[in-house]
Write a protein that binds this ligand. Sequence first.
Ligand SMILES: NC(=O)NCCC[C@H](N)C(=O)O
Length: 289
Amino acid sequence: QQNYGGQTMVGDLKIVVVRKPDESFGKADPKTWHYTSQPNLEKAQKEHDDFVAILKKQDIQVVYHDQPLNNLADAIFVHDPALITNHGAIILSMGKPLRKGEESALKNKFKALNIPILFELHGKATAEAGDILWLDNKTLAIGRGFRTNQEGIDQIKNTLAPFNIKVVQVELPYDQGKEACLHLQSLISLVDHKKALVYPKFLPVSFIEHLKEKGFALIEVPEHEYNSMGPNVLAIKPNVCLTIEGNNETKSRLEAAGCKVHTYEGNEISHKAEGGATCLTRPILRLEG
Ligand SMILES: NC(=O)NCCC[C@H](N)C(=O)O
């Protein structure tokens, strides 16, 4: 039986990799890293432990990526340096210069877990998995913005074409500029095979139309919960999800749409560093069924 795979954002989550906040995170200078303020390491570690406890309670196997890394504060957002496919991992190339180096560390972790490497982005290509979303097991949406460039998208597209996987390109907005973190997943999360939580204001009409053509029901995040990461929701299985506490209107709308919503406290690990539940986890195995 395969120990990795699942070309889905919502299928039963079986194994995730996480990384506990370390010294690098605790000493991150907010100006350099575009954090709202400096994280309190002790509190951050406690929040992370509680976050992991929620995952474990959902019967998810949690694997720690604990290789010591210097000056890679954002490395706790293990979602971003790689993408898992049924044919192996694609090692990406970080678009935020300060995050360079996370890719090879995660690759080493994958090797230790016996996950084959399908491809590694190279040359001028950049792509971060926060910009990548499985719409179904044959369709991958990729946002082009500050973090993911055209060359990155093209390399991924060419790698997946032999497996009949299509790439849908989504243009991302400028919003607060290149220092800030705006990924495709800042604007959309899937919570069921045909149910998406979206912040439509920043999504292209063509993409919304594409989702509707595919039969997705859309749940909207209200404007006042966008900045507090309302759209960033990790599916644990279809219609069961985990998100940061505080976005009460979004939570009610998800519940009204039939979702069970778990929440975690994320002042240090999420709000200060612009990364939510999806960003803190690198799914390794999900069941597609
Ligand atoms: N997938 C995500 O949206 N990841 C969030 C990463 C936040 C991190 N501070 C960054 O700027 O890359």
